[in-house]
Design a binder for this molecule. Structure first.
Ligand SMILES: NC(=O)c1ccc[n+]([C@@H]2O[C@H](COP(=O)([O-])OP(=O)(O)OC[C@H]3O[C@@H](n4cnc5c(N)ncnc54)[C@H](OP(=O)(O)O)[C@@H]3O)[C@@H](O)[C@H]2O)c1
Length: 227
């Protein structure tokens, strides 16, 4: 047992999740990170995190993770794993199989994690759950295109908002945040933010979450975004 706050980052093998392992370790947190295989898990160890295996689309895998952490205390559960899906969709050629896969990772995955880890979060001091969403999931800021990814993040936003109300009785704070447009495999080299720039700001925002932030949608720098 430790007095350090504990964060579990689901989807920590690369990109934003992996960099956040280092950011939180640097800030004195105990960091647990999930990867889908041991090879990518090695990166989490190098960054200062403890490795757990989990594929968020596999209920058995998420359930195993929940059982292995059943007696832990998780101050901040960060559901970060996500995929973009097909980038070439236009109205008239929608790939419904791919759309379902994206929803399985981006929406059902986070919900499975919450259901498996609710007790370790509820017994922690901070009792916080955060979801990596995207400004592309904002209905207010919709600029069209990317139907599959956008709609998955909109659905995630609604799930998070629901949880912020449904879990209030347990004293749990739930928030979503847009990580910025970041130079990862998903964001591409033309993105506006480097991984260290984005994740330094995200770690400051997430480590400062308090109950007054319940049900909010944040930008990476802690400013509010419209739903
Ligand atoms: N980059 C951006 O500009 C940007 C903007 C807005 C929102 N976001 C969001 O930020 C989050 C992280 O994105 P990123 O840019 O860091 O993307 P990334 O570099 O592509 O990394 C995605 C992460 O999700 C994990 N993942 C994918 N499917 C998974 C599954 N079924 N089970 C468990 N883990 C899985 C990946 O693990 P593997 O290594 O095993 O594939 C990897 O760790 C995502 O939710 C994304 O939608 C990113």
């Amino acid at each position: 047992m430790t007095d350090k706050p504990t964060i579990l980052i689901a989807g920590a093998s690369r990109g934003i999740g992996l960099a956040l392992v280092g950011q939180f370790a640097k800030r004195g947190w105990r960091v647990l990170g999930t990867a889908r295989n041991l090879a990518s898990g090695a990166e989490i160890s190098k960054a200062g995190g403890e490795v757990h295996l989990c594929d968020v689309t596999d209920p058995h895998s998420v359930s195993r993770l929940g059982k292995s952490l059943a007696h832990e205390s998780i101050d901040l559960l960060l559901c970060n794993a996500g995929i973009y899906g097909p980038r070439d969709g236009t109205v008239g050629n929608t790939d419904y199989v791919e759309w379902q896969k994206v929803i399985d990772v981006n929406v059902f995955g986070p919900m499975r994690l919450v259901e498996a880890l609710i007790e370790p979060v509820a017994r922690s001091k901070r009792k916080t759950i955060a979801f990596t969403t995207s400004r592309m999931g904002s209905i207010a800021m919709n600029a069209g295109g990317s139907m599959i990814y956008r709609s998955s993040k909109t659905m995630l936003n609604q799930v998070a908002k629901n949880l912020s109300i449904d879990l209030a009785g347990k004293g749990i704070t739930v928030a979503v945040f847009h990580p910025g447009w970041v130079q990862t495999d998903m964001g591409g080299p033309g993105a506006t933010l480097t991984i260290p720039e984005a994740t330094d700001a995200i770690a400051n925002t997430l480590s400062g979450l308090t109950p007054k932030d319940n049900g909010k949608f944040f930008n990476y720098d802690g400013t509010d975004l419209p739903w």
